[in-house]
Design a protein around this ligand. Structure first.
Ligand code: SF4
Length: 231
C-alpha cells in the first residue's frame, strides 16, 4: 500500500501520497502556484523557478520538482516568494521576446512586474531557423523551458532531435552539431511546436499567414509535391 504523509500548505493541512510534489499537493488543495516550464504531460525539470515557494529550507524550493515531506510547512505567497517571481519575470522580459507568450504576459501583469526594469541589459539574440517545410525556430523567443527537448525525447517521441547548445547566458536549444532540421532525427511530428509556450516554435503555415501570404500561396509552398504519373 502506498504511504501517505501530511504537510501544511498556506495553513491548510493536506495528506498526500509519498512522492507527490509540492505543486501537485497544492493543486489537490485548490492552491494555485504559477508555472512556466512545467507541463502536466512532461517530466518536470524545475528550470524556470517561477513556482518557487518557501518550504522552510535555506533557499526557496521549486514546487514542480520538490517532493512533499512529513510535517513540511509550505508558504506559497510570502513577500519574498512574490518578490522573487516578480524579479524573475522582469529578467525574462529583459532578455527574451515575450510578444507571443500570453501566459507569461498574464503573469507579468498579475505580479506587477516591470518589463522595462532591466532595460539596456544583454538580450538573447539568435538567427531564425527556417530550414524545413513544417516549422520555424525563433530562439529570440525561447525561454529554455526544455519542454520541446523533453517531448522529443523520452516523454513522447524518442526522436532525440533537440538538445541544449552553448553555455551560461548563451545556452539555447539546438540540434546535434547545429545540423539543419532535415538532417537530424526529427520526424516532424509537431509535438515540440504544440508544447512551446512562447511561439519560439511556430508552424510555417501560421507564420506565412501572419506575414500576409495568401492561403493559396501558403499551400503551394508547403504542401507535398506529388510525382507525376507516367501513364
Ligand atoms: S523552443 Fe519553446 S518549448 Fe523549446 S525550450 Fe524554447 S520556449 Fe521551451
Amino acid at each position: 500500500m502506498s504511504k501517505t504523509l501530511t504537510l501544511t500548505i498556506d495553513g491548510q493541512k493536506i495528506t498526500v501520497l509519498e512522492g507527490t510534489t509540492i505543486y501537485e499537493a497544492a493543486r489537490q488543495a485548490g492552491i494555485d502556484i504559477p508555472v512556466i516550464c512545467y507541463h502536466p504531460h512532461l517530466t518536470a525539470n524545475g528550470l524556470c523557478r517561477v513556482c518557487s515557494v518557501d518550504a522552510g529550507g535555506r533557499v526557496q524550493a521549486a514546487a514542480c520538482v520538490t517532493q512533499c515531506a512529513e510535517g513540511m510547512v509550505v508558504k506559497t505567497g510570502t513577500e519574498k516568494v512574490v518578490h522573487g517571481r516578480r524579479t524573475l519575470l522582469e529578467l525574462l522580459a529583459a532578455t527574451v521576446n515575450l510578444d507571443e507568450a500570453p501566459e507569461i504576459q498574464a503573469l507579468i501583469e498579475e505580479y506587477g512586474a516591470d518589463p522595462a526594469r532591466f532595460d539596456g541589459g544583454a538580450r538573447r539574440t539568435a538567427p531564425v531557423y527556417d530550414d524545413n517545410p513544417f516549422y520555424l525556430r525563433d530562439y529570440n523567443q525561447c525561454i529554455n523551458c526544455w519542454r520541446c527537448v523533453q517531448v522529443c525525447a523520452e516523454d513522447a517521441q524518442y526522436a532525440f532531435a533537440l538538445s541544449f547548445d552553448g553555455r551560461g547566458f548563451h545556452t539555447q536549444i539546438g540540434t546535434f552539431m547545429g545540423d539543419g532540421m532535415t538532417d537530424t532525427t526529427c520526424v516532424f511530428c509537431g509535438q515540440c511546436v504544440g508544447v512551446c509556450p512562447t511561439g519560439a516554435l511556430k508552424p510555417k503555415r501560421q507564420a506565412m499567414l501572419e506575414q500576409g501570404v495568401s492561403p493559396d500561396e501558403v499551400f503551394q509552398q508547403t504542401r507535398r509535391k506529388r510525382k507525376k504519373s507516367k501513364v
